[in-house]
Design a protein around this ligand. Structure first.
Ligand code: HEC
Ligand code: HEC
Length: 303
């Protein structure tokens, strides 16, 4: 402690002013200067501004409050990355005004939804999520298909955000519905980042493998249970196919090797079938192969 009456610590008003000035200078340098620096706003090389249709979908995502149930940020945590894929990058957010990161995961994260499923999957899922997951609490958005896009608002959005578009792009919105816009938006989210499966099987290790449970009825029965939870909404309850995917019986014949089925079901087929090795064990997948074989054999027998 200093007893010196001239010390700044003894002059409360001067001290307050000096502290205030120091804090202001500090804030401006650490907060506002970076706002104006270009390298603080990174942009991924293949990130593109939204098209008019995608922006209309993004506006709906905000309007419908999808962010109340879904996040759009994969955190750099092991569990997040294994489940959803590559963690979120600063450079993905260049065109995000406002950010739609969200903070609540009632449903799964959507940062890597683009290219995970086909358009038809999204259309059917929006129409009736419970047809896919009976306990899903996601509302049905079946009315989106009968609503037109708010073209004026989309055009204003494109202007304000400085996204390039042509008059034809705007005209084209007249023949599209809100459902088309939502699906177009879903398919572009996260698509600037390369899709990688963090849990995957190496095709060369399995392509020529035999099913260890070949012709095992108990394995096929376990496979049926897994099928009815994970596969039926794309391939049909009895493997007969849907408008999303072909029937198991059309996909699997005597020339399809067990190893090939294993690899495709495990790793998925980009844009068509999601990977399954991140949510089940290898034995589970062999059980599914057993069940697919059984479905195919049944079909064969009834022909
Ligand atoms: C009340 C919460 C809730 C709301 C609101 C909601 N969802 Fe969902 N959503 C879920 C749940 C739970 C799931 C997981 C089960 C399922 O697929 O239905 C899900 C799943 C999804 C999936 C599939 C994700 C995947 O990887 O399989 C997509 C896509 C999706 N929602 C998009 C949307 C969009 C777009 C909106 C707004 C129009 C929305 N959701 C509104 C709860 C919600
Ligand atoms: C999101 C929809 C979807 C889901 C879920 C899905 N699949 Fe697929 N699957 C497809 C599509 C699409 C194809 C590509 C073939 C086609 O339908 O034309 C495919 C292909 C296949 C094939 C053929 C691969 C080959 O090697 O010939 C098999 C077998 C298969 N799926 C089994 C399954 C099983 C078992 C499950 C559940 C664990 C499953 N699928 C879940 C959409 C899906």
């Amino acid at each position: 402690m200093s007893d010196n009456k001239n010390s700044i610590y003894s002059k409360s008003v001067v001290f307050t002013v000096v502290v205030a000035v120091a804090v202001i200078i500090g804030s401006v340098i650490t907060a506002f200067v970076p706002l104006a620096m270009k390298d603080m706003h990174p942009k991924l090389d293949n990130l593109k501004p939204y098209t008019a249709l995608q922006l209309a979908g993004r506006d709906l995502y905000q309007k419908e409050g999808c962010f109340n149930c879904h996040t759009q940020t994969v955190r750099p945590l092991k569990a997040d990355v294994l489940r959803y894929g590559e963690y979120s990058k600063a450079g993905e957010n260049y065109y995000e005004h406002p950010f739609l990161w969200g903070s609540k995961r009632t449903g799964p994260d959507l940062a890597r939804i683009g290219g995970k499923y086909s358009d038809q999957w999204h259309i059917d899922h929006f129409n009736n999520p419970q047809a896919f997951y009976p306990l899903s609490n996601m509302p049905k958005y079946d009315w989106l298909a009968s609503k037109p896009i708010d073209i004026e608002q989309t055009k204003r959005g494109m202007d304000v955000l400085g996204f390039p578009y042509t008059q034809e792009d705007i005209e084209a919105l007249k023949s599209r519905t809100q459902l088309d816009a939502m699906v177009a938006y879903m398919q572009v989210v996260g698509s600037a980042v390369e899709r990688k499966n963090y849990v995957a099987v190496l095709p060369e290790d399995y392509e020529n493998a035999q099913n260890p449970f070949k012709d095992d009825a108990a394995s096929a029965e376990k496979g049926r249970v897994l099928y009815e939870a994970n596969c039926f909404f794309c391939h049909g309850v009895n493997g007969e196919g849907t408008n999303i995917a072909s029937g198991i019986t059309d996909l699997v014949d005597e020339y399809t090797s067990d190893g090939q089925i294993f690899v495709d079901v495990a790793n998925g087929l980009p844009g068509m079938m999601p990977e399954h090795i991140n949510i089940m064990t290898k034995n589970d997948i062999w059980d599914l192969v057993s069940y697919c074989r059984m479905l195919a054999a049944k079909q064969q027998a009834s022909n």
